[in-house]
Design a protein around this ligand. Structure first.
Ligand SMILES: [Zn+2]
Length: 217
């Protein structure tokens, strides 16, 4: 059982500096591994569940960590979240206590995530290009029964895509650089920061500056 979280329009609007709970719950929390390296972004809702279950601890600006009870007792904090049992500061950064116990989230198969997995690099000619110059290529073409799955779709530049046409790499004489597989963990990439980069995240994201943030655990 996770904490019961109050959300939706029934939450009274006279709570002063408390943001609308539904918005806060769907906003983002940064997840660090035990070495304090960012590995993931999740929702505040899920972060609260991980805290409550003891799988993660909340992290404050002084790098102190708190369990669920300790975090709720914290007097300071700008943003607050309404729980049935009372309010608590919004955990914007959490650190995993034991990495192994965290259930893996299903990684959505999407254009963005394939580009991220392949580091925006054509998997035939090896060129790294802006996303506008890339598309997705079915290794075994759909016309030959190829599926839209992690292990049959790669990032490709337009010219390789044209050369390959409706053929397999073997049929077209184009070599595939790497056999595609489902990523082991959610690619951790800059795009997520752009959408919501919180002040509380900055000390931890500075690890990634210059590295394009694709440090996947
Ligand atoms: Zn190419």
């Amino acid at each position: 059982m996770g904490p019961t979280v109050v959300g939706g329009p029934e939450w009274p609007d006279d709570a002063g500096r408390r943001a609308r709970p539904a918005d806060v719950l769907h906003s983002k929390t940064l997840v660090l591994n035990r070495s304090f390296l960012p590995i993931h972004i999740t929702t505040v809702r899920r972060a609260c569940v991980l805290l409550f279950q003891g799988i993660a601890r909340a992290v404050d600006a002084d790098y102190q960590t708190f369990d669920f009870g300790g975090w709720r007792e914290r007097p300071e904090g700008g943003e607050w979240l309404g729980l049935v049992a009372g309010a608590m500061p919004v955990p914007r950064v959490i650190v995993l206590v034991t990495y192994d116990r965290v259930p893996r989230r299903h990684l959505r198969f999407s254009r963005h995530n394939v580009y991220a997995r392949d580091h925006d690099t054509c998997q035939y000619c090896g060129r790294r290009l802006p996303r506008s110059d890339l598309n997705l290529d079915h290794v075994v073409p759909r016309s030959q029964g190829g599926l839209s799955t992690w292990d049959n779709v790669v990032c490709s530049c337009h010219s390789c895509n044209r050369r390959k046409g409706g053929n397999t790499p073997e049929q077209s004489g184009i070599r595939l650089l790497r056999r595609p597989v489902r990523p082991a963990w959610t690619p951790f990439l800059g795009e997520d920061y752009g959408q919501a980069r919180y002040r509380e995240w900055r000390p931890f994201l500075s690890f990634l500056d210059g590295g394009r943030g694709d440090g996947v655990a």
